[in-house]
Design a protein around this ligand. Structure first.
Ligand code: NAX
Length: 329
């Protein structure tokens, strides 16, 4: 049996960087056949159709079929994995409330179509921004689908944080572990090095030898660099993060399905863990066990970390309240 994967916004940039790696087996494994559903809006159909032609020309052994559609019911029919990438970007003069409203108009109906049409084991990775609140809207709209089948991408932020630490510590990135992202996928996020290790040694000790006052470096250099990395990429590249975002989407979804041996980060629906209000989609340190995200519990948070997390969670509360005021939740 093949796995049916629906990718929204498949005609866009991240879609283009995702499709070929999925078809090559990077997400679900090199033994798993895949059926791809490329869901677009009418303006994006040509891009998706072009990608479908190229997928055909890739002659991928694992690729059973590719279907392009602008109809959500068709796009999500029988889908096991949904990658919600397509979203409404912030246009000129658009306020945050307008952006949330525009995206509620996308992620609400998509959540309902998932509830109506997807397979009973569906898992939904939300990439399109504002990712946490879009995931909240989709989950709340998907009657009958457990909320823990929805998660938002913060793996790119975690990868950025690990890479920054690897650079400053002059260590292989693979040796840097346990760097969770807390809160929102936004400038308020908290990349947390408190429990991180480098080659098995506390990162905080290794940093003290390299950067002088660690707290100053974290506040003044590390956290802003990670949180604003997207803007840095735009400035240098002239276009937003694409391949790194697709890579993180693949890693997030692969780990969710296949399990993890250590912590990673994902935006998941809170059940009140660490004082995060129930129902919010917040990023936490997580493990994946038996196909489910589990929040790593019992971590000690000092006052500084607590304050950082609270500030990001307050932003999520604000986004949720804005959406509620629109009558969406
Ligand atoms: P593009 O503008 O290149 O592509 C978006 C595509 O989505 C377009 O082809 C558009 O036609 C399509 N689309 C819009 N509304 C749709 C709908 N209702 N149904 C189906 N398709 C729809 O953007 P791209 O660079 O691919 O980025 C996609 C999203 O990822 C953006 O919202 C972006 O902000 C977000 N990102 C999220 C990241 C994360 O870590 N969570 C990082 C990367 C990226 O910034």
């Amino acid at each position: 049996m093949a796995t049916t994967i629906t990718i929204t916004g498949a005609g866009g940039q991240i879609g283009y960087a995702l499709l070929f790696r999925i078809a090559a087996g990077d997400m679900l494994g090199h033994g798993e056949k895949v059926r791809l559903r490329l869901l677009e809006i009418p303006q994006g159909l040509k891009g998706a159709e072009g990608a479908a032609l190229e997928l055909q020309d890739g002659a991928f052994d694992l690729l059973e079929s590719v279907e392009v559609t602008d109809d959500a019911a068709t796009g999500f029919d029988g889908c096991n994995v949904a990658l919600l990438v397509g979203a409404r970007p912030r246009g000129p003069g658009m306020e945050r409330g307008d952006l949330l409203a525009a995206n509620a108009g996308i992620f609400g109906p998509q959540g309902r179509a998932i509830a109506d049409r997807a397979a009973s084991d569906v898992r939904v990775t939300v990439v399109g921004n504002p990712a946490n609140t879009n995931a909240l809207i989709a989950a709340a709209s998907a009657d009958g689908v457990p909320a823990d089948r929805f998660s938002a991408l913060t793996r790119l932020d975690e990868n950025r944080a690990r890479a920054q630490l690897a650079a400053v510590l002059d260590a292989p990135v693979a040796s840097i572990r346990r760097v969770p992202i807390w809160g929102n996928h936004s400038a308020t996020q908290f990349p947390d090095v408190t429990h991180a290790t480098v080659e098995g040694r506390p990162v905080l000790d290794a940093l003290a030898e390299r950067v002088g006052d660690v707290r100053t470096w974290l506040e003044g250099t590390f956290i802003p660099r990670v949180a604003k990395r997207g803007a840095e990429i735009i400035e240098v590249r002239g276009s937003s993060s694409v391949a790194s975002a697709a890579n993180a989407t693949i890693e997030h979804t692969r780990d969710w399905v296949a399990g993890t041996s250590d912590w990673t980060s994902a935006g998941v629906v809170s059940r009140g863990e660490y004082g995060v209000p129930e129902g919010l989609v917040s990023s936490f340190p997580v493990r994946s066990v038996d196909g489910q995200w589990q929040i790593v519990e019992g971590l000690e948070l000092d006052e500084w970390a607590r304050g950082r997390i609270d500030a990001s969670v307050a932003e999520l509360v604000d986004e949720r309240d804005t959406v509620r005021a629109l009558g969406v939740l």
